[in-house]
Design a protein around this ligand. Structure first.
Ligand code: C2E
Ligand code: MG
Ligand code: MG
Length: 764
């Protein structure tokens, strides 16, 4: 909500201030001009200004968006204004009969002041314990007693002898009440909760101050003082009311200012001043009216009192210093707890709390979740120190990006987040694209130039969303961006959550599937497409789901990879496939295939014990390493040092490695040099449509892969052959091995074994 909406702009509420100010200025002008009848002018100006002040307080007291106690406070002030207004009218009426301060005027005036003071009863003056209340009472009593004493001894003494008793009493009452009001206002300003704007309160303090001054002048002031102050008193007090109300209105919708410790000292000084004044008074009186001995005792007593108070003050100061340093330390600790030590950005805790605050106050919020692509590989290959430097530079770029106007944070690892105060999809996407572009520029880390793309998830907070929900949505979108091939941004849509839920359900069902033996293997033959002989088989896992029926690995393998279930699942596949080959070898002897192909996910390769597990399975099933071909994808080869070492160890053991779905990855050619590969499996997409020669690009890749394999002395397998035309064309290109529905679908073990007895290509 903008301030304008609530408060109605700068000029709203200004009229009463102007009216009160104009009245005051008019009185001053009249007095300054030395015109006679100043008192009458003042008497007439009083009610006018009071009316303005009262209206201003009454208006602010009826503003529904203010908290109830604050409204009560201002309403009570307006009631006080009405009573004072009555007093001022009475003063006009009784002016001729009673030129001094009559009881008829003094009584409602004191009542008005008391009512104004009672307004402070509406304010929660902080969470005060009994001790703090006692201190407030003692402060009030100190100031009141001192005020009364000073008034009694000094002011009344100074006044002309003929001053009527009622004037003296009334003036003393107003002065003491004014002092008490100042103590109360001080306490309200110091209140940690500060429901009423503190500057408003200070402006209001002008009222009692003027009251005290007027009461004093009325009794003790000379002719001039009286001439000036008594006509100005009411207009000034009323002006302070109007101005304070205006200030409060201007502060609507702004967060309350925090209290600075210096103000506290200033407001705590009033009772001390009172004590000092009383001491001064006692000494003065003793000098005038006592014997030397008595005077000595009195002065000694006052001195002792001073020493005790000074000692107390020193202790107080020390306490305050300690409290301040504790506060600083605490602030320091809080800051540390909220900052990411590596990058200096906000951490997850701070990001979460700011996000919650925004959501609670219904402000527009968008969260961008940024994850560095393949950071793990960079960290593994370049070492954690360089990884840290890269993260630091990413943080710098986020900080300096013009799209990031607020709170960039590092949530942990290579995950960053940005909070934006907008809720338009186009703006959010624009910001995501800009950040993504900025991060796509190469980084210079040490002497290396690194490319660190980022995947960005964009989540716009919907009504009623909590911080966790928005972060989760951004996370889901970020994963979608990763799955879409990384280096991209994706905006969250509710259907994505459903997909995640489905995956989660599938994940838990898959867990049971492994226990309940719902998985089984099919074997797709691989043929020598020149001789038509069976060359090998690829083991392909299937899931017979009790309700869904047959679930394809394309649906559950990604789920298994994400949940880590692929590790036990893959171990089972490997053991099952190897046992099956051992069985075939026993059954068909030389007619059996030489090797079996087993797919392996990158997650399995990351397991530290993978090489040992493979060796164990081979020895348990009595196979040789050359009887096993492990199929891995290009992206898994690029995963990092650990995976590369695993593959190297397998190669050295004698297990053959095949690059599956070859041609779809990013860096095929450079990988071939670094990676101990034995077999290239040309991806099905290059085989599709190869026959009619329409797609020259794919045709070229298919031909190139065959030649590459020949030069590097690798075997090449064409996958997904669905027609005779494709088969012929691939054979012409130089492919020796092929796999596809045209020759055979994935078959149960029995049917695949039968082919070993009659190794003839069905179509040949
Ligand atoms: P892949 O390793 O590339 O396996 C070849 C896939 O292509 C198999 O699908 C196979 O049935 C299919 N295919 C073979 N010839 C043809 C054809 O002529 N036309 C068509 N349209 N498709 C053909 P499947 O069995 O659904 O497996 C899909 C993917 O799931 C596999 O791709 C592999 O990446 C993964 N997968 C399957 N079993 C396992 C496993 O045990 N472990 C792991 N990690 N992944 C597996
Ligand atoms: Mg495969
Ligand atoms: Mg494949």
């Amino acid at each position: 909500m903008s301030e304008r909406v609530v408060a109605g702009g700068r000029t709203a509420g200004l009229a009463p201030v102007l009216a009160a100010a104009a009245t005051t200025v008019a009185v001053i002008a009249w007095l300054a001009a030395g015109r006679p009848g100043g008192v009458v002018v003042g008497l007439l100006a009083g009610p006018v200004a009071l009316l303005a002040g009262t209206v201003a307080c009454q208006r602010i007291g009826s503003m529904i968006m203010l908290p109830r106690p604050v409204r009560g406070f201002w309403r009570r002030y307006s009631h006080a204004g009405i009573v004072l207004l009555i007093a001022s009218v009475v003063a006009i009426v009784r002016h001729n009969a009673d030129p001094g301060l009559s009881i008829f005027v003094a009584a409602p005036s004191v009542l008005g002041v008391l009512m104004a003071m009672s307004a402070y009863g509406y304010l929660p003056l902080g969470r005060r314990g009994p001790l703090a209340w006692a201190r407030l009472l003692i402060d009030g009593a100190t100031v009141a007693v001192c005020g009364a004493l000073v008034f009694w001894y000094v002011v009344l003494d100074l006044g002309p002898a003929g001053t009527p008793q009622s004037t003296r009493g009334g003036a003393a009452g107003v002065a003491v009440a004014g002092l008490l009001a100042l103590v109360l206002i001080g306490a309200a300003v110091m209140s940690p909760e500060r429901p009423v704007d503190p500057l408003s309160l200070r402006i209001l303090a002008a009222g009692p101050a003027v009251g005290i001054a007027t009461a004093t002048m009325l009794v003790a002031g000379g002719q001039t003082g009286r001439m000036w102050l008594s006509p100005l008193a009411l207009p000034l007090a009323a002006l302070s009311m109007a101005a304070a109300a205006y200030r409060q209105r201007r502060m609507l919708g702004r967060p309350p200012a925090t209290r600075s410790p210096r103000n506290r000292t200033a407001h705590g000084a009033l009772p001390l001043l009172a004590v000092a004044a009383t001491a001064g008074l006692v000494v003065t009186v003793s000098l005038e009216q006592m014997t030397a001995r008595q005077r000595g005792v009195i002065i000694g007593t006052v001195l002792i009192a001073f020493l005790v108070v000074s000692r107390q003050l020193l202790g107080l100061r020390e306490n305050r210093r300690l409290a301040d340093s504790m506060r600083t330390q605490q602030a320091e600790l809080e800051k540390l707890a909220m900052t990411d030590p590596l990058t200096g950005l906000a951490n997850r805790t701070r990001f979460g709390s700011v996000l919650s605050e925004r959501l609670d106050s219904h402000q527009p919020v968008t969260v961008l979740l940024i994850d560095i692509d393949d950071f793990k590989m960079i960290n593994d290959t370049m070492g954690p120190a360089l990884g840290d430097q890269l993260l630091y530079q990413v943080a710098q770029r986020l900080r300096n990006n013009s799209a990031v106007r607020e709170l960039p944070a590092r949530l942990g690892g290579d995950e960053f987040a940005v909070l934006l105060s907008l809720d338009e999809a186009a703006d959010a996407e624009d910001a995501a694209a800009r950040i993504q572009q900025a991060l796509a520029e190469p980084f210079t880390v040490g002497e290396h130039h690194l490319l660190a793309n980022a995947s960005v998830g964009v989540a716009i907070a919907g009504p009623g969303d909590g911080a966790d929900e928005v972060l989760r949505n951004a996370d889901i979108a970020m994963y979608a961006a990763k799955e879409a091939g990384k280096a991209a941004w994706v905006r969250f849509e509710p259907r994505m959550r459903q997909e995640v839920v489905n995956h989660a359900r599938l994940g838990s069902e898959l867990h049971n599937a492994i226990i309940r033996h719902e998985l089984f293997l099919l074997y797709q033959p691989v043929f020598d497409i020149v001789t038509g002989r069976l060359h090998g088989v690829e083991a392909l896992v299937r899931w017979r789901h009790p309700v869904r029926g047959l679930v394809s690995p394309g649906d559950f393998i990604p789920v298994a990879e994400r949940s880590g279930l692929i590790v036990p699942l893959g171990a089972w596949v490997l053991r099952e496939a190897c046992s099956q080959l051992a069985f075939w070898k026993g059954e068909h002897g030389d007619g059996a295939i030489e090797a079996i192909n087993v797919n392996v996910a990158v997650r399995q390769l990351r397991e530290p014990g993978f090489v040992d597990d493979v060796a164990a399975v081979l020895s348990e099933t009595g196979l040789l390493p050359r009887n096993l071909v492990l199929e891995v994808t290009e992206s898994s080869v690029a995963d990092g040092r650990q995976v590369r070492e695993t593959l190297q160890a397998l190669h050295e053991m004698g297990v053959r490695l095949a690059l599956d779905d070859f041609g779809t990855g990013h860096s095929s050619l450079s990988l071939l040099r670094a990676f101990p590969v034995d077999v290239l499996k040309l991806d099905k997409s290059f085989v599709d449509g190869i026959a009619d020669g329409e797609d020259r690009g794919r045709l070229a890749v298919a031909a190139a892969v065959a030649q590459l394999a020949e030069y590097l002395q690798l075997s090449a397998v064409a996958e997904g052959i669905e027609s005779e035309a494709q088969l012929d064309r691939l054979r012409d290109m130089g492919y020796r091995l092929g796999q596809g529905f045209f020759m055979a679908r994935p078959l149960p073990a029995g049917e695949a074994g039968a082919l070993m007895a009659v190794p003839v290509l069905p179509a040949a």
